[in-house]
Write a protein that binds this ligand. Structure first.
Ligand SMILES: Nc1ncnc2c1ncn2[C@@H]1O[C@H](COP(=O)(O)OP(=O)(O)OP(=O)(O)O)[C@@H](O)[C@H]1O
Length: 918
């Protein structure tokens, strides 16, 4: 089948053999290539993005077809092959690939957990490719056209996440373009687009516009844009825009849908993660649309570009000027780069009709007989007319139509021309025009003022009625409904009076000191990373837990922040949340007073030294705890106002009260966090390793789905009795270990050996399935907490002997305090068949160290750490094998990502933190 990279390198080094072939291939390929250059597919430039930092690569401007790269990802920069000539480039998350000029095969460098670097494997011997295109974690190559009776068949080979396969398509594909987790092709005969791959997050495959004909297509992260055929040549995009309303994201703000492409003719288009940019055909200027993160560098205006390529949240173009310097805009990359790259590929044949030759000065191809060809621009901007046609030597030219000017630019241009040639003749014309200009400007100013005023008034009107969320009014309605639920829902949105009463009480330090017997060692019930927790008895006899922040050397705590958080926490009230009773802030001391939880934490039960405690938690008790915790979290996500993302769901934050009911604690993560936000580490995601949502960790996207991930880990922990990360096992990460076993239906292998399995395993199977869904890599593919809770309730009902899936039968103590039962009872009829889905929850860990980075790392000994680094490598090996199996149909799927793939290697800041703390 494939051949080794070593063999391949030998071949490449054998320069005598490649040169002749290279020229011939280049002639054939470049004819086709300019049709697709500038799209999200292969081009003379490519951008890699991802957690390890962005990198721009381009073919050198000297016409050598050698590659040069600039950026932050050292694996790419140091791995860039200096001596291989490439036909074109493409890039994905953390890697870059080029199509080798001599062998027409891809060669990748950088790093990817899913694609083998070098020549991707498996590779069918002798395969030659016309074009390659990379998605986030995969690469596809379009093979050279077949001949003979197979000429109407196209072969596409893909490597990487969920895609490693040889695809055979009926019809001739002209080009391919890969999106995040899907790929698309453009058929050359009927000009229709076709996509395949994972449709879940993008919906690109299911929404292909079958009746549209495209000149070109380019895939972005979750969408595809194509340039329509016909003189209009406008872009049309389909797929998924970032729906901001769906994301409770505090990290970024932006605007715009990628499907609202501007109605202007375009020469080419490229797609970023949630945005797209195109080159306008009449002035070669850039235009971008879609979700633009703020603050972003604006796209260049009034500048001509030859070629563009998109990263995730930024785009770069090669300016059509002598320096051929790349210029970037968007977020996360420098605006100008200190390298010069080719605006296209040098070809030894004359430019085809419809294209023109970039001057040799701008595109110095090595051989004097080669040139870079560019597609001719079409049409001219308004106020202009075409003064000369596009020829083989130059693009078409536009000139101002001085009799129809209405812009200042046009006037100034015509004025300067007029002064030179027909000064006198046009003077009268201009003097007549001036009053018109002034009137037009005045009218424009008036119009803008009116629109702005209306907008301001409208926004103010809207804000006047603004309530925190629609759910509030829903809840109010519910309140009218019924007795048992009334009590419940009134807790969710109490009226103002009640709020005032419930607002946390202020204690004096002396009071709390007295309550805890002077914070004596004997009253200490637990220790966290930032705090010690003491049992105390207030004057009125109430037993409380007093959480005392470990005093930081920086006494300059942000008092405002503390009060804002306190205010928020004191408004939250739910039967399955640990309620805050009061606080004390005196001379640098920060103390929080909570209800006391007699039975400690779930972590103590599951992982404590006392085995009897673990056995006490039978299956029904465990699932009940899961349901209750899920409800608490669901309340935070769906009913709290504003919604609260917990960020640190884990078993030590699930506390158990006197009646053995679960309470979610620590939902004000920042309350005792580092007050010094100037520390770079404070910007890192918060949470505990093992529970930390990989998407949040990598992209800093904080959504409610991050809690869902942690809850999934908690569920696995409840089912297995294992810690989220436990280095005494070969597979230390619970997700890595449990998900493949669950997916291969080996549930018994993960169930806690301390308990006898229940007679009917179905309920636990459901829970395990939900856990798997919760820990999916992509937040959007995880279920929401309300779905998770529903699934858990049903599992609990089943476990308790109710055969009906329709009715969530719950023990009384589970129902008590549920904030959502009312909502659900009204939804029940419409929710007939809830799939075996989500179950969030779980967490772990007592032995951990919480540092100011806001990430809690499990405390492991150095020898354990050494072992873990070895086993990580083992795991990688196993996983790649498993992944290949998955691709050949065993369907193991996303559970097999290695820990490194899930969490990703540490960034420089995180490494710094690790060095400091271990
Ligand atoms: N209200 C409470 N009643 C009884 N015990 C409590 C209460 N709150 C916390 N504890 C005990 O104190 C321990 C420490 O709690 P704390 O919230 O300070 O840290 P943590 O959440 O376990 O860890 P970290 O702060 O690192 O996330 C808990 O694990 C629990 O055993």
């Amino acid at each position: 089948m494939g051949y080794l990279v070593g063999d391949f390198l030998n071949r490449v080094m054998n320069m005598n053999t490649w040169r002749a072939g290279f020229l011939v291939e280049l002639m054939v390929l470049s004819d086709l290539l300019w049709l697709v250059s500038g799209l999200g597919s292969m081009s003379s430039i490519a951008i890699s993005y991802g957690e390890k930092g962005p990198v721009f690569c381009g073919l050198k401007s000297d016409g050598s077809h050698l590659v040069t790269c600039y950026g932050a990802n050292s694996a790419i920069i140091y791995g860039t092959p200096a001596h291989f000539p490439f036909m074109g480039l493409t890039a994905g998350d953390g890697f870059v690939c080029g199509l080798l000029a001599d062998s027409n095969q891809p060669y990748c460098w950088g790093s990817s957990g899913y694609i083998q670097m070098g020549v991707p494997q498996p590779m069918i011997k002798g395969s030659e490719y016309l074009e390659i295109s990379a998605g986030d974690y995969h690469l596809c190559g379009l093979r050279k056209p077949l001949t003979g009776r197979h000429r109407n068949t196209s072969l596409v080979d893909c490597w990487g996440y969920n895609m490693t396969k040889n695809y055979v398509f009926d019809g001739q594909l002209e080009s391919i373009s890969a999106g995040s987790e899907f790929s698309c092709g453009l058929f050359s005969q009927n000009r229709t687009a076709f996509c395949w791959g994972d449709d879940t997050s993008s919906q690109v495959v299911s929404s292909i516009p079958n009746n549209m004909r495209f000149q070109k297509i380019a895939a972005g992260g979750y969408h595809v844009c194509g340039i329509l055929e016909g003189i209009n040549s406008r872009a049309f995009c389909w797929g998924r825009s970032l729906n901001i309303e769906e994301e409770i994201s505090v990290a970024y703000a932006g605007q715009g849908n990628v499907d609202s492409a501007p109605n202007v003719p375009m020469l080419s288009v490229v797609g970023g993660k949630f945005h797209a940019c195109g080159i306008k055909s009449y002035d070669r200027g850039v235009i971008c649309w879609g979700f633009i993160i703020k603050p972003s560098t604006p796209s260049p205006s009034g500048t001509m570009v030859y070629e563009i390529a998109a990263g995730d949240y930024f785009t770069c173009g090669i300016l059509a000027e002598k320096s051929l310097a790349p210029f970037c805009w968007g977020l996360g990359f420098p605006t100008s780069l200190p390298i010069a790259v080719s605006p296209g590929l040098c070809k030894p044949t004359p430019c085809a009709p419809g294209s023109y030759e970039v001057s040799h000065e701008n595109a110095p191809c090595k051989s004097p007989n080669s040139r870079v060809c560019m597609p001719c621009s079409n049409g001219c901007p308004s106020e202009m007319y075409q003064s000369s046609e596009c020829t083989l030597k130059s693009d078409r030219q536009c000139a101002y139509n001085c009799s129809g000017c209405f812009s200042a630019e046009c006037f100034s241009n015509c004025t300067s021309n007029a002064n030179g040639i027909n000064g006198k003749k046009n003077e009268r014309f201009l003097s007549l025009q001036w009053p018109v200009i002034v009137a037009e400007i005045a009218f424009a100013v008036f119009l803008v003022s009116i629109v702005s005023l209306t907008a301001v008034l409208y926004v103010r009107y809207k804000l006047r009625n603004c309530q925190c969320s629609g759910k509030g009014s829903k809840t109010k309605k519910n309140n009218g409904g019924g007795s048992a639920f009334q009590k419940d829902t009134s807790k969710i949105r109490p009226d103002l009076e009640e709020l005032k009463i419930r607002r946390a009480q202020m204690f004096t330090y002396e009071e709390l000191e007295r309550a805890t017997d002077g914070f004596k060692e004997e009253t200490l019930v637990g220790k966290g990373s930032f705090s010690c927790v003491f049992k105390g008895v207030l004057k009125d006899g109430t037993v409380v837990a007093v959480k005392r922040a470990i005093t930081s050397p920086n006494k300059q705590k942000n008092s405002n922040e503390f009060h804002t958080e306190l205010d928020l926490l004191s408004r939250l009230n739910h039967a399955h949340l640990l309620n805050l009773l009061g606080y004390c802030e005196e001379s640098g001391e920060r103390l929080l007073v909570y209800e006391f939880m007699a039975h400690g934490s779930l972590h103590q039960h599951l992982h404590g030294k006392n085995k009897a405690l673990k056995e006490q938690l039978d299956w029904i008790r465990r699932v009940t705890i899961a349901v209750q915790a899920a409800r608490g979290i669901e309340y935070l996500h769906g009913y709290a106002c504003p919604p609260v993302i917990h960020r640190d769901i884990k078993s030590s934050n699930i506390l158990i009260d006197e009646e053995h009911n679960a309470r979610v604690a620590d939902f004000g993560l920042s309350l005792l966090g580092p007050a010094d936000s100037s520390s770079p580490l404070a910007e890192l995601p918060a949470g505990t390793l093992g529970y930390l949502d990989p998407e949040y960790y990598r992209l800093h996207y904080l959504t409610t789905k991050s809690d869902v991930y942690s809850f999934g880990v908690l569920l696995l922990e409840i089912l297995s009795g294992r810690k989220a990360i436990d280095m005494q096992y070969e597979e230390g990460n619970i997700v890595e270990w449990a998900v493949p076993l669950i997916k291969s239906s080996d549930l018994n292998a993960i169930l806690d050996p301390a308990l006898k399995p229940p007679s009917d395993l179905d309920a636990l199977k459901r829970i395990a399935n939900v856990a798997c869904k919760c820990v999916r890599m992509r937040g959007k593919e995880r279920p929401s907490m309300d779905k998770v809770t529903t699934a858990l309730e049903r599992a609990l009902a089943q476990l308790m002997g109710s055969p009906s899936n329709e009715q969530p039968i719950l023990p009384t103590e589970v129902v008590l305090g549920s904030s959502r039962l009312h909502k659900k009872s009204s939804q029940r009829s419409s929710n007939r068949s809830v799939s075996e889905t989500e179950v969030p929850e779980a967490e772990d860990q007592r032995f951990e160290f919480r540092a100011p980075s806001w990430i809690t790392f499990p405390s492991v000994t150095s020898s354990q750490r050494r072992k873990s680094s070895v086993s990580d490598a083992d795991v990688d090996g196993k996983n790649s094998e498993a992944k290949n199996q998955g691709n050949t149909g065993t369907g193991v799927g996303d559970g097999l990502r290695s820990l490194e793939e899930e969490i990703g290697p540490a960034s420089p800041q995180e490494s710094l933190f690790l060095q400091h703390n271990f």
